[in-house]
Design a protein around this ligand. Sequence first.
Ligand code: NDP
Length: 484
Amino acid sequence: MFETQPKASHFVGGAYMEDRDGEIIDVIYPATGEIIARVHEATPAVQEAAIAAAEAAQVQWAALSGTERGRILRRAADIMRDRNHELSQLETFDTGKPYQETSVADATSGADSLEYFGGLAASLTGEHIQLGEDWVYTRREPLGVCVGIGAWNYPTQIACWKAAPALACGNASIFKPSEETPLCALKVAEILVEAGLPPGLMNVIQGRGAVGASLIRDPRVDKVSLTGSVPTGRKVYAAAAEGIKHVTMELGGKSPLVIFDDANLEDAVGGAILANFYSSGQVCSNGTRVFVQKGLREAFVARLAERLKGVVMGDPQDPSVNFGPLVSARQMDIVQGFVAQGVKEGARLVCGGDRIDQPGFWMRPAVFDNVTDDMTIARDEIFGPVLSVLEFEDEADVIARANATEFGLAAGVFTRDISRAHRVIAQLKAGSCFINSYNDAPVEAPFGGSKQSGVGRENSKAAIEHYSQLKSVYVRMGAVEAPF
Ligand code: NDP
């Protein structure tokens, strides 16, 4: 029997910590609706312990060489890869995502992040600026205590994407997972300590939004990185602004995927599937507005419906299952509401969209055709397996329509015309773009949104700028000339 109940609710100061005074959070397995663990929300005492431990440990950590810090992160990456099987099982229990996905996308992505930033740590430097005989040197210094707040769709990956660059730069990290998925980040902290991370540098505390909000307000916290929705982003950004704190905002999207007549049909359909139904559609960068050029639309919709017959639902721990439940009853209600709204506003439901009458939060992936730009399902982020097909004729027109949204997280284009591919991508207002592909997120590439989808970038060398700051030191070599 797989043990889903963690040793304790929180991980603070290098060890598990419990405080039963905190309100109970039931952890529900989305595939069955059963309670598989219980954790307690962090009380003010737990929050204080986490912040104090982080603050106390950070100075010495920053004093190590980058090579020493990096070695620990890379060791943690190796441990994560060795334990991929059990970590993937836990991710599946926490989120409901099928093991077929979690075994290749979660602990593995977290390990990539630890390995990448572990490797980068030794190369972090300032620069030398010669000014005649005087000179300036810059020191790349950590920010201090960095708080990460996560969404529920990628609990292992999000914890690693926030902790790895923070730790590489010499910061301490406190992570608050989503209350829906509190289990996986605890394992990340456990593994980092096993790899040699000194106590206090990676803390995980549980709680709802209020716990995150109270962490951000604490004057000892220097930075917050949020992965969540735009409305939550507004609140977190405003709270951080009160203390003039550094922020990274990884928020929602309603991304366009533009498919031209000349695209390879199978690849375009495959791309649309990856852009909409991975993790049962609960992916921030999903290309949920699928603009298909008039000449290809009918064939595209027919082939898509055909390929959706390959969806296999069942026990998500079974490696042959390729489609899981939604994360919660609440999310199910939200997504079902959007499906009903799509039908009401006149879109054609080609297939799926129906709730499956069994325990857990299961629905069939939905494809809507004849969707128009003004419909609710084409405007709002649904965060579920609902794909909208919108027809277009003209390149300039589709670019304008694709950009007509407050979001700007991702965008994709399928075409065999290489010039057109680059021309279109250059005009789409989005942070993460794809040509003849969709939803790849290698650690080597910056990831993040433009417009209301976010501020800052995760992954890649770009993340270093968001977890460190430069100190300029002017060095005068000659006499000081003062006016009096
Ligand atoms: P939410 O915005 O509801 O919550 C995100 C996190 O913020 C949760 O841990 C939540 O806690 C916490 N939170 C809520 N209110 C506050 C507050 N006032 N102060 C501090 N923290 C708070 O998002 P979901 O968890 O529902 O995730 C889905 C959203 O995340 C979608 O919009 C999706 O697009 C986005 N997302 C963005 C990604 C990106 O990289 N751009 C990647 C993945 C998801 P709790 O849940 O416990 O209430």
